[in-house]
Design a binder for this molecule. Structure first.
Ligand code: FAD
Length: 405
């Protein structure tokens, strides 16, 4: 608690059954008072057996969303997977899930889904969804149907309290649990433990007749006209499968334009440290870390980033980290699978040059084809003009001949 310092105030909300507070790190008197309150409240809500939990994971195209497996791990392996390709997505939960209910349904209809799912999880005290875009959309509607409070962006879910980062990660709120709740879990924080690649869970297929709920679907769910593939340059960083991050080792705003171009050429998104977003070289929504976005990419390529804890705490658990840094001993390089001890600006420049050699194609080929097309068009225009001119001349000659006669 001390690490985040600042006191924001606190209290216990009788009506909605929760309480929160934070402590000023150097304020011992208030700290003691709050600690006493915590102890008393925890005793009041002591549970003899662990609370029943379930994770609801909305999926698209058979793929688990960011943080999906973590939500299931946090729900002690009990999962309800919903969406198109739900069964295929469930296969990705081997070793994490123990039992999975699957509702195979097309499209994403959070109003309809929450109405259908609420009765199915009404007996579960803690319903956990990943804080993925679809999870964040579904969770509040589900909480409203169940008549429960929602704890959004949790970092830890215990039976007696839920810990959430607030104010952009500069403080933590501890919400006491006094009854059934719905929680969204921040991806990339809790991990899934050492169970990956374990046995397949048991899978039960749910046959759900949504006809009774169709009125809700048509009245409250948005009509999906078209779904665009995500653009790596603008997509939510939290969802990006590959990220190229830049830090103070990159020396100017120009390098960040280049970093964005290289990232796009590699099908990756661009991120940055707070030093860079504070300079205004990159917008704040691209900042990775405790006061930025928490990400969970498969690959993270760090250019000139020292690896301060406020940055790496937002990195999730990438499968591969590559660090380009002149300091072979900095934390980012120590975390990396591959460390390139070199100037990050030069390395980025080399990479950009290499990529344009590998794909000279687009631009060069485009200009060549265009130029051929332009030449052909011009030649057609020239021929047409010439032919018009010839016709006009002939016509003049004919008229002159006529008058002479
Ligand atoms: C409350 C709080 C919240 C914060 N939240 C965040 C957050 O959300 N996200 C975040 O990122 N930070 C955050 N910070 C800031 C954080 O503590 C660090 O200051 C920041 O992450 C450092 O960014 P950096 O690695 O770009 O810069 P530096 O720490 O200055 O590191 C620069 C690195 O570049 C290397 N380098 C220098 N020149 C070159 C070169 N030519 N080629 C290659 N490498 C080179 C250096 O060796 C060094 O490792 C927060 C701080 C506080 C106090």
């Amino acid at each position: 608690m001390g690490e985040f310092g600042e006191v924001l105030g606190g209290g216990f909300g009788e009506s909605c059954g929760w309480g929160w507070w934070t402590l000023r790190a150097n304020d011992e008197a208030r700290g003691t008072l709050s600690a006493v309150s915590l102890k008393a409240s925890s005793e009041q809500i002591a549970h003899s057996a662990p609370l029943r939990r379930v994770a609801i994971v909305p999926v698209r195209s058979g793929a688990l969303p960011s943080g999906g497996a973590e939500a299931v791990a946090e729900a002690h392996g009990h999962a309800l997977i919903v969406g198109e390709g739900a069964e295929a997505a469930a296969a990705g939960l081997a070793g994490v899930a123990t039992d999975v209910r699957v509702w195979e349904t097309s499209g994403f209809a959070p109003a309809l889904w929450s109405a259908v799912l609420a009765p199915l999880v009404a007996d579960e005290a803690v319903v956990i969804l990943p804080a993925s875009p679809d999870g964040r959309d579904l969770a509040p509607r589900l909480a409203a149907h169940l008549g429960r409070p929602l704890r959004a962006g949790a970092l830890e879910v215990r039976d007696d309290l839920v810990m959430c980062a607030v104010h952009g990660g500069s403080a933590m709120a501890r919400h006491l649990v006094h009854g059934a709740i719905v929680v969204t879990l921040q991806p990339g924080v809790t991990g899934i433990g050492a169970h990956a690649h374990g046995p397949m869970p048991t899978v039960e297929h749910l046959a759900i007749d949504v006809a009774a709920q169709s009125e809700i679907a048509t009245s409250l769910d948005a009509e999906v006209v078209t779904v665009h593939a995500p653009d790596v340059t603008t997509m939510d960083l939290a969802e990006a499968p590959r990220i190229l991050g830049g830090g103070a080792g990159l020396e100017s705003a120009h390098q960040f334009e280049q970093l964005g171009d290289v990232a796009a050429a590699l099908g990756a998104s661009m991120g940055a440290t707070r030093v860079i977003t504070d300079r205004g070289w990159v917008p704040h929504e691209r900042q990775i870390g405790t006061t930025g976005v928490v990400v969970d990419p498969g690959l993270y390529l760090a250019f000139g980033i020292s690896g301060a804890v406020q940055h790496t705490a937002g990195l999730g658990d990438p499968d591969h980290i590559i660090s380009v840094n002149v300091d072979p001993h900095c934390p980012m390089t120590a975390m990396a699978d591959l460390a390139v001890v070199a100037d990050a600006n030069e390395t980025l420049g080399e990479l950009a040059a290499l990529l344009s050699q590998l794909n000279p194609s687009d631009d060069v080929e485009h200009s060549a084809t265009q130029s051929k097309r332009d030449t052909a068009d011009q030649s057609k225009r020239d021929t047409a003009d010439q032919s018009k001119r010839d016709t006009a001349d002939q016509s003049k000659r004919d008229t002159a001949d006529q008058s002479a006669q």
